[in-house]
Ligand binder design. Structure first.
Ligand code: FES
Ligand SMILES: [Fe+2]
Length: 347
């Protein structure tokens, strides 16, 4: 089950070109391409005649010609040419998905187009700010339901066991968590005071000695996460801490797009407040983060299989409070959307 009236990431901007291609989002196949003016178009990838995917056809200017009998569609999904008599059948149209390019990513609205508001796209205030460095990630394919990754991104404890050599340290095993429900998601966070920096951060922070460390794990509906890491010299952190000039902040953006119930496309990048133009640092961070996310991928693949094949009930732990709250609210939103659709169908 998916929330449909929401923006999801469809692709990196440079994955969509003048060539027709097919993507799958929430189980729906979509033909995507760029217009001559560079706009991104997404059309239901099934010709109304015999359902040949439009992505198997040809791009003609800013229209798509079906590769079987030539029905031709514009960017709004309207048929503009029909072979033979030239009379255009009134049912000859395909759904056109609202699409917006932002942060180097292409966003797609999967629900009622009348409700699509680009102002609702996940806001990243410091994106493009020259004071912040960026290391672009990639689109990883996860063999699991997207909610398992939402659980993971609301679970600061797993770094102690899954990412022992990078993000984990002993304090991440048992420092208590705080869970907050917001208007658009859930935040799980904690400060760890006067601790040694974890190995990944030790390489990049600009000060020596112990630190105060914040793990802020936030997932917003439907499935987009901000993981903020703050490292500041010991004694300068905490909820009321003044922070230090040497504070290191890394905001990790994680956007999950369900391909279907069992597969997820995972888009990510990080912004950092230090050495914004240091390309070697960006590359090193990308590689280390990619290795860590591969660790998540391996675990979640097995968890997906384990939960699907379980022979006894699974249990929940106190650390699941945040993920369970998120799941409950998301399910309520999905149910509400389904109820509205049902009422509209009944007229
Ligand atoms: S299948 Fe597309 S025109 Fe016939
Ligand atoms: Fe992880």
């Amino acid at each position: 089950m998916f929330l449909k009236n929401a923006w999801y990431v469809a692709a990196w901007g440079d994955e969509i070109t003048r060539d027709l291609s097919q993507i799958t989002v929430l189980g729906e196949k979509i033909c995507v391409f760029r217009t001559q003016g560079g706009e991104i178009v997404g059309l239901e990838d099934a010709c109304p005649h015999r359902k040949l995917p439009l992505s198997k056809g040809r791009i003609k200017g800013d229209t798509v010609e079906c590769g079987y009998h030539g029905l031709t569609f514009d960017c709004a999904g309207h048929c503009v040419w029909s072979p033979g008599t030239g009379r255009i059948p009134s049912e000859a149209r395909v759904h056109a998905y609202p699409m917006v390019e932002r942060y180097g990513l292409v966003w797609i609205w999967m629900g009622n187009p009348a409700l699509a508001d680009p102002g609702d796209i996940f806001e990243i205030a410091q994106y493009g700010d020259p004071a912040w460095g960026i290391n672009r990630g990639e689109a990883m394919e996860l063999d699991c339901n997207y909610l398992l990754m939402c659980d993971n991104l609301l679970d600061p404890t797993h770094v102690a066991w899954v990412h022992e050599g990078s993000f984990g340290q002993s304090a991440t095993r048992d420092t208590p968590l705080r869970v907050t429900k917001t208007d658009d998601g859930v935040i799980v966070h904690r400060w760890m005071m006067d601790v040694e920096p974890a190995p990944f951060y030790k390489k990049v922070i600009g000060f020596a000695g112990n630190c105060d460390r914040l793990q802020h794990y936030e997932v917003r509906y439907p499935s987009h996460a901000l993981i903020r890491a703050v490292f500041t010299p010991a004694g300068t952190g905490g909820p009321d801490g003044p922070l230090h000039d040497d504070v290191f902040i890394m905001d990790s953006y994680n956007f999950l797009t369900p391909t279907d119930e069992g597969r997820t496309r995972y888009y990510w990048f990080q912004l950092r407040n230090i050495r914004p133009d240091d390309q070697a640092l960006s590359q090193m961070m990308s590689e280390d983060v990619r290795k860590a996310f591969e660790e998540d991928r391996a675990v979640l693949h097995e968890v997906q299989r384990g939960m699907a094949d379980k022979r006894s009930p699974h249990i929940d732990l106190p650390i699941d409070a945040g993920p369970l709250r998120f799941r409950r609210q998301l399910q309520a939103m999905i149910n509400e959307e389904a109820e509205v659709d049902r009422q509209m169908a009944e007229g």
